[in-house]
Design a protein around this ligand. Structure first.
Ligand code: APR
Ligand code: PHB
Length: 401
């Protein structure tokens, strides 16, 4: 099999890249290890920065998002049983975020890919990327029990944190920067209308809690839990009681309970692999970087990488110039490190470390007070939360998508 761009992985990074390349007249083949149902059902975060929503619209993938997604102009910070609304729009000159689940983004992009007629092979597991440093890279993969080879001009490693593409970068070239956190998030999905119309981020002596949502009738809730926690250690009753404690306010706010339909634990990790390009292999999304989920930047970074790579490959096709491909890693990493910084800061602001001292507790509260009382501090949070603009603008790569 032969194509211009071999894309490994049909998460948001790979699917969006395929769609943008189609719009730019560049052919690609997408190899996805899992089946379609799995890709469309996997629970992930669901906050789209304004720039991400703009990219999806420009790529022709925004119609259902605009119908069913929920635009949010603010978030609430809760600490000391008090509530502070961060008015994202007022602080950023009108920017907002969109609540629309990553699974829905993937469904929309899979449907577009199939309509575009471009190859998207489910159950096709990449085994290795070979010849990344040559002009003729290849992806060895297994599909329906048979081994095959995809010959490409370029390979896009969009295969997530546990994929194989990163391994094709020689050890002497790779640099890894990482941090693990001594806690995770226990997440539940519940069939109950959200108890607040905006997201609530709570700092509590017992640990962080987050009230989020998937739709007007489905809540998504999270609790900070010790590292290594198993979901079955928490009964539904335990989860609700702990959420009530951590989200409690001095006023008459109450938490609505409902049937829990899913429960899982995610570890928290920060990770960056540099460079994001080796020869003709380009890493995008979780294959290159992980952020802790506080602030929900993961999907937004994956989208930024896909846009940057599609633009560079389109530029190469139009002009024959490698200039943007050569700049790919540095361009992406500038944005990646801002998201790493923000996600780490927001995590530190809201979580309670197992060995936290009373002094650190007071510092956290002072930082939250500062955000609540200073427009400058609030603006700093609001700008990062709604997202830094993509270099070159959202519609440059997606214009004809
Ligand atoms: N061969 C083919 N496909 C693979 C392989 C492989 N060897 N390994 C992994 N994959 C597939 C996975 O099954 C998955 O569908 O690659 C895809 C990677 O998708 P994601 O993990 O969603 O990664 P990405 O597209 O970068 O999106 C990042 O996902 O984890 C969240 O918070 C993160 O929101 C962010 C987003
Ligand atoms: C989610 O809804 O899954 C979510 C929302 C906000 C975050 C993280 C996760 O900061």
């Amino acid at each position: 099999m032969r194509t211009t761009v071999g894309i490994i992985g049909a998460g948001p990074a790979g699917l969006l890249l395929a769609r943008l390349l189609h719009g730019a007249g560049v052919d690609s083949v997408v190899l996805e290890a899992r089946d379609r149902a799995y890709v469309e059902q996997r629970q992930r975060a669901g906050i789209l920065e304004q720039g991400t929503a703009d990219v999806l619209r420009a790529a022709g993938a925004g119609a259902r998002m605009d119908r069913e997604g929920l635009r949010h102009d603010g978030i609430e910070l809760r600490f000391d049983r008090r509530r502070h609304r961060v008015d994202l729009s007022a602080l950023t000159g009108g920017r907002s975020v969109m609540v629309y689940a990553q699974t829905e983004v993937c469904k929309d992009l899979v449907a577009l890919r199939l309509a575009d007629g471009g190859p998207l092979l489910f159950g096709a597991e990449a085994l290795a990327v070979e010849g990344a440093g040559t002009d003729a890279p290849r992806v060895r993969f297994r599909h329906r029990g048979r081994e095959d080879v995809l010959e490409c001009d370029y390979v896009a490693g969009c295969d997530g944190f546990r994929g194989v593409s990163r391994r094709a970068v020689p050890a002497g070239v790779s640099r890894v920067f990482e941090r693990t956190y001594p806690f995770g998030w226990l997440g539940v999905l519940a069939d109950v209308p959200p108890s607040h119309d905006e997201l609530v981020y709570a700092r509590h002596d017992r640990g962080f809690a987050l009230l989020s949502m998937r739709s007007p009738s489905v809540s998504r809730l999270y609790l900070q839990v010790p590292g290594g926690t198993q979901p079955k250690e928490w009964s539904d009753e335990d989860v609700w009681r702990e959420l009530e404690r951590r989200l409690e306010t001095a006023d008459d706010w109450t938490l609505r309970r409902g049937p829990v339909t899913q429960k899982s634990v995610t570890p928290l990790r920060s990770y960056v692999h540099e460079p994001m390009r080796y020869g003709r292999l380009f890493l995008a999304g979780d294959a290159a970087h992980i952020v802790p989920p506080t602030g929900a930047k993961g999907l937004n970074l994956a989208v930024g990488d896909a846009v940057t790579l599609a633009r560079a490959l389109g530029h190469r096709k139009e002009t024959g110039s490698d200039e943007l491909l050569d700049a790919y890693s540095a361009t992406c990493l500038r944005r990646v490190w801002q998201a790493e910084r923000f996600s780490n800061d927001l995590t530190a602001l809201l979580h309670r470390a197992p060995d936290a001292t009373a002094f650190e507790d007071r510092l956290q509260l002072a930082r939250l007070e500062r955000i609540a009382s200073s427009r400058a501090a609030g603006t700093d949070l609001a700008e990062a939360y709604t997202g830094f603009p993509l270099e070159g603008g959202a519609d440059a790569a997606a214009a004809d998508g």
